[in-house]
Design a protein around this ligand. Structure first.
Ligand SMILES: C[S@@+](CC[C@H](N)C(=O)[O-])C[C@H]1O[C@@H](n2cnc3c(N)ncnc32)[C@H](O)[C@@H]1O
Length: 213
């Protein structure tokens, strides 16, 4: 097995282990920012990359969106499908790395990146691929920890998030990754999180809503 495959296996096992508990790692309720922004948009098709246990995807499906999601974790998918059944909705949820999946150019009206913390080496190239999957005038909704978050996770591990600065985001990175977007909102903010077992306390995040030109 090649070194990169080994690392992928370790990374995938880590997330499967996190999701193998009965309790939801980030809760069953959608992220607040996602909820706030999604209700402003006309219903259409939406992609949730790195969707974990499905809290955001299921919320969107409940609102009538046609939902696709993916993640590397089969355990995450299992819980997402159970959550969808409990709420009486269906979602398309694929398990795998992006290169092995077949999303199409211009397939989605919206893409929601909610704590989609991909490994530092690939995060920018993933963003560029997501841009291709979005229709013209489509919307990106993004909330993830910012580089300043390293100071918050040091004092309170319960707030969660990556501890290495390269995996975290900055306003400049978002501008670079999504240059062809009208910025509806792009801010770095300190917020209080109360999401399931692993997002609890004060953290620093980047929030972005952009419309593709
Ligand atoms: C902090 S969790 C967020 C889950 C979900 N978006 C939420 O807000 O509840 C990060 C997620 O990224 C997923 N992930 C990490 N690397 C990935 C990759 N290369 N491709 C797809 N998913 C990945 C993990 O499995 C995990 O579910």
């Amino acid at each position: 097995m090649e070194e990169s495959e080994k690392l992928n296996d370790i990374w995938t096992s880590r997330w499967n282990e996190r999701y193998s508990n009965e309790a939801f790692a980030y809760g069953e309720e959608p992220n607040n920012y996602l909820k706030e922004q999604l209700i402003k948009l006309p219903v259409g098709s939406i992609l949730f990359p790195a969707e974990g246990e499905g809290r955001n995807a299921v919320f969107a499906a409940k609102m009538g969106w046609n939902v696709s999601a993916f993640d590397i974790s089969q355990e995450g998918k299992n819980k997402a499908i159970r959550l969808a059944e409990k709420k009486g909705v269906t979602i398309d949820y694929q398990v795998g790395f992006l290169d092995d999946l077949n999303f199409e150019e211009g397939q989605f009206d919206a893409i929601a990146l909610i704590y989609a913390h991909f490994p530092a080496k690939i995060k920018s190239s993933y963003h560029k691929q997501f841009d291709r999957f979005l229709k013209k005038n489509g919307t990106i909704i993004f909330e993830s920890f910012s580089k300043k978050h390293v100071d918050y996770v040091k004092v309170n591990e319960r707030v969660g998030g990556p501890k290495d600065i390269e995996s975290l985001f900055s306003i400049d990175e978002i501008k670079t990754d999504f240059p062809n977007y009208t910025i509806i909102e792009l801010v770095e903010q300190v917020i209080e999180l109360n999401e399931g077992l692993y997002h609890n306390g004060t953290g620093s995040v980047i929030r972005f809503v952009g419309q593709k030109n």
